[in-house]
Each structure stands twice: as structure tokens, then as C-alpha cells.
Design a binder for this molecule. Structure first.
Ligand SMILES: Nc1nc2c(ncn2[C@@H]2O[C@H](COP(=O)(O)OP(=O)(O)OP(=O)(O)O)[C@@H](O)[C@H]2O)c(=O)[nH]1
Ligand SMILES: [Zn+2]
Length: 371
């Protein structure tokens, strides 16, 4: 018996599903086809490009390299949006230079990126791959039928509409050192369908402003006590503070590397070991100041019944995001870690380049954790 064409709809929006399939394809090193109005772009991340892939793409037509404005700036080209370089031939060494080498310069004219080039970078960002893509434009009917097809509009709207699909999948008490009355609540949905965890510490009174911290995952700092950042201190300091001060909600967000993913964060750390600062290293790789969005975090708070918040952060973007999502931010307070000789430049960069509220003198003076 044939299934009706509407069968899939029972399991969600097919356009969104195609985005999720495309993310998986890109991460697996396979190309995807972005389609809009009869036009298609067959696209593959540069990090998956080898001789075989290059030959296959070349057989489809003339390729180009899509790069974000941050990377173009590093290559000596100022542009407000992404751009593209024609690739008469897919030359792996040249592409690697243009996508990754520190002192590379543009060696050919850079054209404005087409609309499909722009959305493919959004897809790359969601897939946590390097934002450098080889694309072959063609008419939709000529694109290979066995690739995953994704409508451009579905990619444009994915993040925003997915925030609403966050749902609680499990919860359980997990007593923590210094915070015995703690519950972990796991949400699924949102960007890239990653699991996000809300940690309810104590019994905060939801009718009053609830102390809240949005903490982006930092494997190196949170778990291993890396000296390069202040994350581990902020995390443990927040748990302790909330436990001792009437409770609160800590959101532990799967946003490693300011949303760039652990692989790109280590690419950036390698550049940092050669002397680049945290934002310059990201820019060399093609990333803007910060890739994170926090609308899904606000949605988690709402689903937990939180309306008014006292937020603990030094990052003005987090405060603005909670307000924009309709939460009542009655107070914003600092969340300091420890200053070390290894992280002081990182903290100063966050203050000077991203406007974080960090007072290094105060931090050095009394090593507060959360105040
Ligand atoms: N790309 C990149 N990410 C980093 C680097 N160092 C730390 N991170 C990431 O930066 C984020 C820091 O998270 P948070 O502590 O929540 O954020 P924050 O923006 O500093 O804001 P507050 O701590 O709330 O003031 C985590 O995702 C880390 O993995 C770095 O050098 N490069
Ligand atoms: Zn960190």
C-alpha cells in the first residue's frame, strides 16, 4: 500500500527536516544542494574536499569558493557580506591557502556572494564546520538527484523557528558538591537538535526574580581547568553562589567555542598559541565576533516558568537577548572567574573588543566568583 504524500508531515515540517539532514551530510563530508526559484547550489565544506570530491564537483560545472566577510578581511578584501572567488579549476592547495593560511592574500577578483552562497554559510555555521565552502551553481533540474536538497528559505528561518521546538525530554535530581538539592532538566530541539541542560539549584521562588546564568559549554575550562579562560571558575562559582543564596537556574548550553564547535575552537587555539588573540584567531578562520544566539535559552527559561530574572553575566549580548525574548531582566550582575597570567589577555580582549563588563582591577584585587 502506498503511503500518502502527507505522511511525513505527521513528524514535523519537511523543510526543517531537510535542514537537519543537510547538516548531517555536511558534517559527514558529503555535498548538499540548496535550492530556490529554479536555481541550485551544490555545496561542500572545504574541510571535506579531496581529489575525488574535487573531480566530482568539477564534473557538474564551474565551481566557486564562498568565504565570509571575516575571512575576506584577513585576505585583504573589505566587504560587508560574504564573497566568492571563481575556481576555473578546483586546486586543493590554492583553496586551502585561501581558506586557512595566515598570511594569504586574495589572488583573484572577489565577486559578491549570491543569495544561495549566503545561506550555505549559515548551514556551515549550524553544522560547526569551517565557514569555507566550494559551491557549483546550476539549474535545479540538473542537480544530482541523490544529494539531500534543502530550500534556502528553510535555512534562513531554521534557527528562529526552532527555538520554539525546545522540549523537556528528561529530568532527575543530581546532588552536587555544595549544592545537594539540584535537579538536571534536559531539553532537546533548537539549533542542530543538540541537548541543552537546565540545572535547577535549590528551590528558587519563581514568583520573584530568579538568579539565572547562561553558561556556554567550554570543555577545556569547565572540565579540565584550562588556564586560558575563566569558564570553570564561573561555572562552579555560580553553582556555589546559587546554592548559598536561595537557589537559581544555570543553563548549560551546548555552544562550545562561542558557538563554533570544539574543532574550530582548537583551530583557533592553535592560532592563539602562535600569538593571535581570541577574536583575531576566530576572524582568521572566518568567524565573526560571536556566533551564539540565546533565544532558545530564553525559551528554556520560559518553559521552566521563569519570568523575571537576575542574570549573572559579563556579556551584554546575553542580557539583550533575554530582554528581546520577552523576559523581565530586573537585574544584571557580574560573574567573575579568576584572573591568571594565562587568561588576562583573553579577558581584556572580551572587554575591549566585545564590550564585556569586566573590571580587571577589581578581579585581580579580590578574586570574587559571583557578586
Ligand atoms: N572561539 C573561541 N571560543 C572560546 C575561546 N575561549 C573560550 N571560548 C568559548 O567561549 C564561551 C564562553 O562562554 P561563557 O562564559 O558562557 O560566555 P561569555 O560570553 O564569556 O559571557 P559571561 O561568561 O556570561 O560573561 C564558551 O563557549 C567557550 O567554549 C576562544 O579563545 N575562542
Ligand atoms: Zn572557557
Amino acid at each position: 500500500m502506498e503511503t500518502p504524500p502527507t505522511f511525513f508531515r505527521a513528524f514535523g515540517d519537511p523543510a526543517h527536516a531537510s535542514v537537519e539532514r543537510a547538516l548531517s551530510e555536511l558534517r559527514s563530508g558529503r555535498p548538499v544542494t540548496i535550492v530556490e526559484g529554479g536555481q541550485a547550489l551544490v555545496a561542500l565544506g572545504v574541510e571535506a574536499l579531496d581529489e575525488t570530491a574535487a573531480a566530482a564537483l568539477q564534473s557538474l560545472g564551474t565551481a566557486h569558493l564562498v568565504l565570509p566577510s571575516a575571512r575576506l578581511r584577513r585576505l585583504g578584501v573589505e566587504r560587508s557580506g560574504p564573497g566568492m572567488l571563481a575556481l576555473p579549476r578546483i586546486d586543493l592547495a590554492r583553496i586551502e591557502t585561501l581558506a586557512l593560511k595566515i598570511d594569504a592574500r586574495v589572488d583573484a577578483p572577489v565577486g559578491p556572494a549570491g543569495p544561495l552562497d549566503g545561506v550555505v554559510l549559515e548551514l556551515a555555521s549550524l553544522a560547526l564546520i569551517l565557514p569555507a565552502i566550494v559551491g557549483v551553481p546550476m539549474a535545479t533540474e540538473l542537480a544530482p538527484l541523490d544529494l539531500v536538497r534543502v530550500p534556502a528559505e528553510a535555512i534562513r528561518t531554521y534557527r528562529r523557528s526552532l527555538a520554539r521546538t525546545m522540549r523537556i525530554v528528561s529530568r532527575a535530581p543530581v546532588p552536587l558538591e555544595g549544592a545537594p538539592e539540584t535537579e538536571f532538566v534536559v531539553f532537546r530541539g533548537g539549533e542542530g537538535l543538540r541537548d541543552q541542560v537546565a540545572i535547577l539549584i535549590g528551590r528558587p521562588d519563581l514568583s520573584k526574580p530568579v538568579p539565572v546564568r547562561l553558561h556556554s559549554a567550554c570543555l577545556t575550562g569547565d572540565l579540565f581547568g584550562s588556564l586560558k579562560c575563566d569558564c570553570g571558575d564561573q561555572l562552579r562559582g555560580t553553582v556555589k553562589f546559587m546554592a548559598e543564596n536561595g537557589g537559581g537556574v544555570l543553563l548549560y548550553l551546548d555552544q562550545e567555542g562561542r558557538g563554533n564547535g570544539i574543532a574550530n575552537k582548537m583551530r583557533a587555539y592553535k592560532l592563539q598559541s602562535q600569538g593571535w588573540d581570541t577574536y583575531d584567531a576566530d576572524e582568521l578562520l572566518g568567524f565573526g565576533l560571536d556566533q551564539r544566539r540565546f533565544d532558545f535559552a530564553a525559551e528554556m527559561l520560559k518553559q521552566l516558568g521563569v519570568k523575571q530574572v537576575a542574570v549573572y553575566t559579563n556579556n551584554p549580548v546575553k542580557i539583550a537577548a533575554l530582554k528581546a525574548a520577552g523576559l523581565d531582566v530586573v537585574e544584571d550582575r557580574r560573574a567573575y572567574g579568576r584572573q591568571t597570567s594565562e587568561n588576562v589577555l583573553y579577558l581584556a580582549s572580551k572587554r575591549d573588543r566585545a564590550g564585556h563588563f569586566i573590571d580587571l582591577d577589581e578581579l585581580a584585587a579580590h578574586r570574587p566568583v559571583t557578586e
